[in-house]
Ligand binder design. Structure first.
Ligand SMILES: Nc1ncnc2c1ncn2[C@@H]1O[C@H](COP(=O)(O)OP(=O)(O)OP(=O)(O)O)[C@@H](O)[C@H]1O
Length: 257
């Protein structure tokens, strides 16, 4: 399988606390991959290392076969877009302004006519037209999340990496966003997301990875949810339900069989 991102022998520590230990993992090109794992298991640390927000890891990250450190700033922006778990701006930028900053790697701080046309398109695609002139810090958590997804679309990267993208979203928008991510993959992009909701993840994603014991373990089967693995990761039992072709895994409680 062609890989969009390949991690080789990655290790990372905060001081004496080892977070990542010899991680080897490959995320397929034009696939929707999800990384599942418990709080504090190192998922964000892994994604921040992949996307260059954290340096100081040992090992290598390859983007479509090229060492990431050899990509220029623009090449990197063309390849990878990242939605972090937390973002904050206290400046009263409007939604439109925030979207236009998604083009900063290409147009600097002088958006072109094309950038503005793209912003219109993105506002329409995500149903955010009514928020255009609103100030970002005054939006609800879910509205801010959708605007940040829009900012990623403005950047137009081939590989979209998201840390808990459905955070703050209501049920409608959770499904809306997951459908969009699936559609991006159908258009030829690669999506790699950390998620905290296996039930939602299994309904939409193609490939599954688990953060366990400081490393990344790929799912063996793409057809059947691995209930034993889910139990090992979350110390929670899951049921597997098939409905209308959907794979549904349902957590049914701690311990149990
Ligand atoms: N800047 C930091 N300095 C020191 N330790 C940190 C720092 N950031 C994270 N950690 C620790 O590293 C470990 C992994 O954190 P990380 O954010 O990668 O976990 P996560 O799997 O993304 O968790 P969550 O699901 O809760 O977001 C945690 O024990 C956390 O306390």
């Amino acid at each position: 399988m062609e890989l969009a991102i390949e991690i080789k022998n990655m290790s990372f520590s905060y001081g004496r606390q080892t977070i990542l230990q010899e991680v080897n993992a490959g995320f397929g090109a034009r696939r929707f991959s999800v990384l599942l794992g418990t709080n504090g298991s190192g998922k964000s640390t892994l994604f921040k290392s992949i996307t260059g927000i954290l340096s100081g890891y040992k090992g290598e990250v390859h983007v479509k076969g090229r060492l990431i450190s050899q990509l220029t700033y623009k090449e990197r922006a063309r390849q990878i877009g990242f939605l972090p778990q937390f973002y904050q701006t206290v400046f009263p930028f409007t939604v439109e302004d925030i979207l236009l900053t998604g083009r900063a790697a290409f147009s600097g701080f002088s958006p072109t006519g094309e950038d503005r046309a793209l912003a219109e398109q993105v506002l329409a695609e995500l149903g955010l037209e009514a928020l255009r002139k609103k100030h970002f810090p005054q939006l609800s958590g879910g509205e801010q999340q959708m605007v940040m997804i829009g900012r990623l679309l403005m950047q137009d990267p081939e590989i979209i990496i998201l840390d808990e993208p459905t955070n703050h979203l209501d049920v409608y928008y959770q499904h809306f966003l997951m459908s969009k991510l699936k559609a991006f993959v159908a258009e030829g992009r690669t999506v790699i997301a950390i998620m905290h909701n296996p039930t939602l993840a299994y309904q939409f994603a193609d490939d599954f990875f688990f953060m366990l014991n400081n490393t990344v373990v790929p799912a063996v089967s793409t057809d059947m949810p691995e209930l034993d693995m889910l139990k090992a990761v979350y110390n929670t039992s899951f049921l597997n339900i098939r409905h209308d072709g959907l794979k549904i895994v349902l957590p049914v409680g701690a311990g149990g069989s």
